[in-house]
Structures are given as C-alpha cells and as structure tokens.
Design a protein around this ligand. Structure first.
Ligand SMILES: [Fe+2]
Length: 269
C-alpha cells in the first residue's frame, strides 16, 4: 500500500491473510469517550496535560525507568544518559533491544512517578466524565512505554486497538518523553473511529509489517488514499485519541533520535 505521512512517502508493506470486513461501525455499539467533546468528530485532541511541575516529574521519573530497564538488560547507563540516544546504546543487538522492550509493554501503575489518580483526573476533565485507568476486561492497571528507534521497523503498523479484544470503550493517551517530533510522533487517521470496517482491508490475524511480526491485525490497503497525520504534542501536552481510530505506522524519521513515549488507557469509572 502507498502511504504518506505529512505529505511524505513512507515504506508500508503488510503481509498476512486478509479478513472479510463487513459494514459494521465498531464504535456504534461501544462507549465513545470522545462523545460531546469538541474533538469528537476528529477522534483526537492535543491539550495541556498536568501542571508543569507534575509533568516534569512524570517525564523525569519515566526517563529514569527507561534507564533502569536498560541496566536490567545489561547495558551500562549513567544517571544522566539521554534516552533519545538509546539506539546508539543498544547498537545492532536485537537481543539487547528485545530485553528492554520486554520490560516496557505492561508496566504496573505503581511504577508511575505520580499517582495514577492525577492522570485519571486530568483525562476525565478532557473527556467531560469520570474515568479510571482500570481495564474492565482483564482487571489490570497497566501503562506502556514505547521506544521507536530512528528508521527501524519498531513501530506498530496501522491498526485499531479494538481489533484486539481488551480495549473496547476506552480512550488512549500519548505523552512524549524524548525524541517525539513532527517526524516521529504517533500517527493517526482523523475521523476514522467512525469508519465502517469495510472502508479498509486488514489482516485477519496478526500482521507482518515491513518484515516484523505484530500481534495486532493491520490495515493492508484502502480504496482511497489515507490521510495520516502526526498531531505532535509538545513536552507539556498530551495527545488523547480514540482506540477506534486507525493509528500507528509511525515510522521514526528523526535522523538521530529515538522516540520514547508513555501510552495509557482510561475507561469509564
Ligand atoms: Fe495502538
């Protein structure tokens, strides 16, 4: 499939058997946490997040957590290591990168540098209703860190989170921690949370994307050119987005900076 992000061509090659999409709109039978908000039609919003000192504490604490995970993987990392230089630290070692990535997928919220309640309160304000970072489908309270090296196939292909069973009814946040720029931050297709399944072709099961296997199904193609954008929140901001939106495929086009971000999900309380 031809894909363009911010008017730039990117390599987007998906392998995997195609599903048979119907005209179902998944969000139509779900709780829409964007409902009633000025950003409901687009399905995403960039907003000021926490108070400046809290946001700084969040960023610094999570940066230190990344350093800790790197040390656990056997890397020697000083207290002032700039995590945007992660790709130089792991070098060509797939094993080292995997040893780090295996620690960042599902992290217990006790490891957050701030109480999860602070984040819940602010996300609740932005959604106009009370939310909690508790997944009702599996009873877990996790957050995730994403590490996407420059010009590597580390990023997920385009997908809806709700193609996996545990993410219905929630809203996602993306908070930049390092190296998140107009060339590397999360990509999404505005308004696609209301698209019928038939508007895109996708893999039935997990996809192979530019040669790398992922558990989530992925968009294989679309009859129309997809308008993929990067909202690019600043260091004090948050990107809120519906898990029903097509998103991902965010290849990091920074010349020499790894992108590190926080992702977390919130459900109606
Ligand atoms: Fe996702």
């Amino acid at each position: 499939m031809k894909a363009r992000i911010n008017e730039r061509d990117v390599d987007y090659r998906i392998e995997g058997e195609s599903g048979r999409p119907d005209d179902q709109v998944m969000l139509a039978s779900a709780i829409d946490l964007t409902a009633g908000q000025p950003w409901a039609a687009e399905g995403h919003s960039v907003a000021q997040f926490l108070a400046p000192d809290e946001q700084q504490a969040l960023r610094e604490g999570l940066t230190e957590l990344v350093r800790e995970f790197m040390r656990n993987a056997g890397l020697s990392v000083g207290a002032d290591f700039d995590i945007s230089q992660y790709h130089h630290a792991v070098g060509d070692s797939k094993e080292l990168h995997l040893a780090v990535v295996n620690q960042i997928k599902e992290i217990r919220q006790e490891r957050l540098p701030l109480p999860a309640a602070l984040l819940e309160a602010r996300v609740g304000e932005l959604c106009g209703r009370t939310v909690q970072a508790l997944n009702p489908w599996d009873g877990e309270r996790f957050f995730h860190l994403r590490i996407v090296r420059p010009n590597c196939a580390d990023n997920n292909p385009l997908h809806r989170d709700v193609w996996l069973p545990d993410y219905r009814d929630c809203v996602n946040i993306y908070v930049p921690l390092a190296g998140s720029t107009a060339d590397s931050s999360l990509t999404l297709v505005p308004g696609s949370h209301w698209w019928p399944e038939s508007r895109t072709e996708r893999t039935q099961g997990g996809a192979v994307y530019n040669g790398v296997s992922f558990t989530v199904p992925a968009v294989k193609g679309a009859a129309e050119p997809l308008r993929i954008i990067r909202p690019n929140p600043g260091p004090d901001e948050v990107l809120l987005f519906s898990p029903y939106l097509l998103h991902g495929g965010a290849v990091n086009l920074n010349p020499d900076q790894t992108r590190v971000s926080l992702e977390m999900r919130f459900w109606p309380a």
